[in-house]
Design a protein around this ligand. Structure first.
Ligand code: SAM
Ligand code: SF4
Length: 332
C-alpha cells in the first residue's frame, strides 16, 4: 500500500507532534506570553500515537520524526520511542528538539531505539539566546548536544533560523562551530508560521543571502541527488562535511514533498501551510467502532488527506492565507 496524491507524490515521511507546549518561546514560533494551548484531554496518548504510526507504516510510511512544541516535555517520551521502534517494519525514527531537557534523557532515548536527532540552536551567544527564546537555557542546550553525542545519536543535526538584526550575522560563526564539533548544520528560512504575526519578507534572511555569507569563506558545491529532502546540501571545501539550507520560502520544494503530519490533538495535515485537517482522534476514541473498523477508517483518513494535498504551499501567492495553527501546534 502507498499514500499517493493527485500529483504522483508518494508519502513516506510522517512528522508526529507530541505536544504544542514548549520550554522556550522562540520569537519566530510563538509570542512570549502565548497561552492558547490545546486542551490536555485532546492530546493523543502514547498508545494512540503508536497506533496511528503503525497504521501509517502499513501504508508505506518509513520515516517518522517526533516533534512539537517540545517533544521532551512529554513524560511518556521514552515509551513512545520504544513503542515505535518495536513496530514490525519499524520506521527510521528521529526527533527534533530544542535540546533543553536532552541531557537527562538522551541515553534512555537511544536505548529505546532513537537513532538520529535534530537540535535547534540559533545563536552561540547566551544573552542573544535569552532574548530570542525568552528563557535562560543556553547552557542546557549545549549540555544536551554533548549528551546526544555521548549517547551515540548519529547524525546530530543542528537547525538554525536566522533573523535580520537578531542573529543574522551568525551564519559563519555557527558553521565554524558546527565543523569544529562535527555537527551537521542546516539553516531554515523563517516561515510565516509564528503565532505573533511577526514575520515580514523584509526581515527574511534568504537562502541566497545565507549561501553568499557562507561562500565568502568556504567553497560550497552542491551535493547531487537531493531526493525528497527539504534541505539543499552543499559540500564544504570539497567535503566530506556538508551544510544544508532549507529554502522553504524562496525556493520551495513542494513538488518533491513526501511529508504528512499528525498533530498532538490527532489531526492529519498534508502540509505545514494547510488550512484543512483530517480528524483521526475522533476515530480512535469512537467507542462504537471495533478495532478493525477504526483501522479501516484511519487508513481512509490518511488516504483522503493525501488526495486533497495541493501542489504547493502558496506562500508567495497574493491570496495566501496563513494557517490558523501556529508552528508550535502543527509540529515543525
Ligand atoms: N521544539 C522543537 C525544536 O525547536 O526543535 C521542535 C519543534 S520546532 C517547531 C521544529 C523546528 O521548526 C525548529 O528547528 C524551529 O527552529 C523551526 N521553526 C519554528 N518556527 C519556525 C518558523 N517560523 N520558520 C522556520 N522554522 C521554524
Ligand atoms: Fe519551542 Fe521549538 Fe517553537 Fe522554539 S521553535 S518555541 S523550541 S516549539
Amino acid at each position: 500500500m502507498s499514500l499517493i496524491d493527485s500529483f504522483g507524490r508518494i508519502h513516506r515521511d510522517l512528522r508526529v507532534s507530541l505536544t504544542d507546549r514548549c520550554s522556550l518561546r522562540c520569537t519566530y514560533c510563538m509570542p512570549h506570553n502565548f497561552d492558547k494551548w490545546l486542551p490536555s484531554e485532546t492530546l493523543l496518548t502514547a498508545k494512540e500515537i503508536i497506533k496511528v504510526v503503525e497504521i501509517a507504516v502499513s501504508q508505506g510510511v518509513d520515516e517518522v520524526r517526533l516533534t512539537g512544541g517540545e517533544p521532551l516535555l512529554r513524560p511518556d517520551i521514552v515509551e513512545i520511542v520504544r513503542g515505535i521502534s518495536a513496530l514490525e517494519n519499524a520506521p527510521e525514527l528521529s526527533m527534533t528538539t530544542n535540546g533543553v531537557a536532552l541531557a537527562k534523557v538522551a541515553k534512555e532515548l537511544a536505548q529505546a531505539g532513537l537513532r538520529r536527532i535534530n537540535i535547534s540552536l540559533d545563536t552561540l551567544d547566551w544573552e542573544r539566546f535569552k532574548r530570542l527564546t525568552f528563557r535562560d537555557r543556553y547552557d542546557d542546550v549545549i549540555e544536551g548536544i554533548a549528551a546526544a553525542r555521548e549517547a551515540g545519536l548519529d547524525p546530530i543535526k543542528i537547525n538554525t533560523v536566522l533573523m535580520r538584526d537578531v542573529n543574522g550575522d551568525e551564519a559563519l560563526p555557527l558553521l565554524k562551530w558546527a565543523l569544529s564539533e562535527n555537527l551537521n548544520l542546516r539553516f531554515i528560512e523563517q516561515m510565516p508560521l509564528d503565532a505573533g504575526d511577526a514575520w515580514t519578507r523584509a526581515n527574511l534572511i534568504t537562502a541566497e543571502e545565507i549561501f553568499s555569507q557562507l561562500n565568502s569563506e568556504f567553497e560550497l558545491t552542491p551535493v547531487e541527488n537531493r531526493g525528497s529532502s527539504p534541505a539543499e546540501e552543499f559540500y564544504i571545501n570539497g567535503g566530506p562535511a556538508t551544510v544544508g539550507i532549507i529554502a522553504s520560502v524562496t525556493r520551495s520544494f513542494c513538488s518533491n514533498c513526501d511529508r504528512l503530519r499528525l498533530t498532538s490533538d490527532g489531526q492529519i495535515r498534508n502540509c505545514l501551510f494547510s488550512n484543512e485537517e483530517t480528524d483521526v482522534r475522533s476515530i480512535l476514541r469512537n467507542g462504537r467502532l471495533a478495532e478493525s473498523e477504526k483501522r479501516e477508517d484511519i487508513i481512509k483518513a490518511l488516504g483522503l488527506s493525501v488526495k486533497s494535498k495541493l501542489p504547493g504551499h502558496g506562500i508567495n501567492n497574493p491570496d495566501f492565507v496563513k494557517p490558523v495553527r501556529p508552528m508550535s501546534a502543527i509540529g515543525g
